[in-house]
Design a protein around this ligand. Structure first.
Ligand code: SAH
Ligand code: SF4
Ligand code: F3S
Length: 494
């Protein structure tokens, strides 16, 4: 279907996998296309344009996308005017291979070329004969650093207020790419060279978001604490951005992911400690608890270095929580190495850990130089053992919160309440038809659920914790109940 004179451009369906960077990219692509007259649908059958924003970090993520694409083969045969696009990391990594494996795909757009999407869809739709189109950036060996860097464009157009998943939280990209080249990782290839955005651009984006009602800013970067940009003769680091954002009226919380352990400098820890708006939480993946494995991974630090960082965090920011990622079953991982990883969870008491089974990725150092020699069932068992220990630690540490009050930025209905409502069941809280189960996060990033009025979304509440699981604190809102007009009893924060 072609664009009509009233600017209507048909229905758009988008599927997103991968990290927060992809979530942000999809949000921005949808915003740009809505401006062009597209209307979003969650029904792929009803869509005229179908986009898949992809991830290549593990094989499983790619399989998911290829099977979603496979399901569209018949739809494209019966409705050839549908435009199918593959975006993101897999588009940058696989390029023409996507057309080979899924010939019904019309466009392939890498992470550094997202601004091209509206034009490419338009051209595909208006072409006389079917024409597959591709917009990708250079490979990491296909030119000078400058040429490669400039082929990866950070895509940060200003956003529509109604486009965000929640109106009061927003991701802000502060850098793109990665230059760390961990041996297992495909990201330096899919996202290109590390490039920090100018602080003035970041700050104006934050101010616009604050004017739109955003209260929480989450700064994004693959190694967010490696941020460095020289502007007006001065070098700005992540801590400088934190101080600047802390001054923006309306912003109440500032967070950032993901930190690279080696770049956890004291100026950043002091900013997290001293700034009232800074969330006391760091995501600083250890990846493994054995030095031999860290060396093979080329992470650039030892367990001793990591321990030193953890002690600095604990001493500088009391109550700060830290989470980690781990890879199990990496090349040559012995049972002893695995036990060291388990021991590291016990030692560092992570708030939570994301644990992944090693997945060999073409084009990485590990794929070309090392053997993926740990059998799948061993990877699975080790993964489960790590999860069990992490869960035990999380539960123990969450239990410390029972009886304490935490300050919660309310995000909205809890997953349980959402599921109930989606099934058409009564999602109201027991004994209070105006309330439902809400969820939010504490100042140290713990998930908190409690009953309350959905209108509290976006506000900060005091919640007294009376129970917990490994992932969640369960509590009650601390309220003064006052009569509020005709709408009955509305909780007012004490
Ligand atoms: N930039 C972030 C991580 C981005 S990828 C950082 O360095 O911490 C997110 C996580 O995926 C990584 O932390 C790692 O634990 C995992 N990961 C990356 N490549 C992987 C692979 N080939 N197999 C399994 N897990 C992988
Ligand atoms: Fe991948 Fe390592 Fe870069 Fe993280 S720091 S994105 S794991 S190469
Ligand atoms: Fe995946 Fe790309 Fe993010 S590979 S984890 S979507 S940077």
């Amino acid at each position: 279907m072609s664009s009509s004179p009233d600017g209507h451009n048909g229905k758009l369906y988008i599927e997103t996998v991968g990290c927060q960077m992809n979530v942000l990219d999809s949000e921005l692509v949808v915003a740009a296309l809505r401006k062009d007259g597209y209307e979003l649908t969650d029904d792929p059958k009803a869509a005229d344009t179908l986009l898949f924003n992809t991830c290549s970090v593990r094989e499983h993520a790619e399989h998911k996308i290829y099977s979603s694409l496979g399901r569209l083969k018949y739809a494209k045969r019966t409705a050839p005017q549908k435009v199918i696009g593959v975006l993101g990391c897999m588009a940058q990594k696989d390029q023409d291979l996507i057309f080979e494996r899924a010939p019904h795909v019309d466009i392939v757009v890498g992470t550094g070329q997202l601004a091209e999407i509206p034009r490419l869809i338009k051209e595909t739709r208006s072409a006389e004969a079917r024409q597959q189109q591709k917009a990708v950036s250079l490979g990491r060996r296909d030119g000078s650093v400058l040429e490669i860097s400039s082929s990866f464009q950070s895509y940060d157009p200003l956003r529509d207020p109604e486009m965000r998943p929640t109106p009061f939280q927003a991701f802000v990209r502060i850098m793109i790419g990665c230059d760390k080249f961990c041996t297992y990782c495909v990201v330096p290839a899919t996202r290109g060279p590390e490039q920090s955005r100018p602080p003035s651009h970041i700050l104006s984006e934050v101010k616009v978001l604050a004017d739109q009602g955003v209260k929480e800013i989450c700064m994004l970067g693959q190694t967010v604490n490696s941020y460095k940009h020289t502007e007006d003769g001065r070098t700005h680091r992540l801590s400088d951005l934190m101080y600047a954002i802390n001054e923006v009226p309306g912003i109440e919380r500032i967070r950032f992911v993901t930190s690279y352990p080696k770049d956890m400098t004291d100026d950043l820890l002091h900013a997290v400690r001293d700034l009232p708006k800074a969330v006391k939480y760091l995501h600083a993946p250890l990846q493994h608890g054995c030095n031999d494995q860290l060396k093979l991974m080329k992470r650039g630090y030892t367990v001793e270095d990591y321990r030193e960082m953890m002690h600095r965090i604990w001493e500088t920011i009391p109550g700060c929580s830290v989470s980690s990622d781990f890879i199990v079953g990496f090349c040559g991982e012995s049972e002893e190495s695995h036990q060291l990883s388990i021991a590291s969870i016990r030692e560092f008491r992570f708030k939570n850990s994301f644990i992944f089974k090693y997945s060999e990725r073409g084009g990485t150092k590990a794929a070309s130089l090392m053997k993926d020699d740990i059998p799948e069932d061993v990877k699975k068992r080790r993964n489960n053992e790590m999860l069990a220990v992490q869960n035990e630690i999380s539960e123990e540490d969450n239990a410390e919160f029972i009886g304490r009050r935490v300050s919660v930025l309310v995000e909205g209905q809890s997953k349980t309440a959402e599921r109930k409502a989606a099934r058409g069941e009564d999602a109201s809280a027991p004994g209070d038809p105006l309330a439902t189960q809400l969820m939010g996060r504490s100042e140290c990033d713990r998930i908190v659920v409690f009953d309350g009025n959905p209108r509290l979304a976006g506000s900060t509440c005091e919640v007294e914790v009376h129970d917990c699981t490994g992932t969640t604190l369960i509590g009650s809102i601390v309220t003064k109940e006052v009569q509020h007009g005709s709408s009955g009893i509305l909780p007012i924060l004490s």
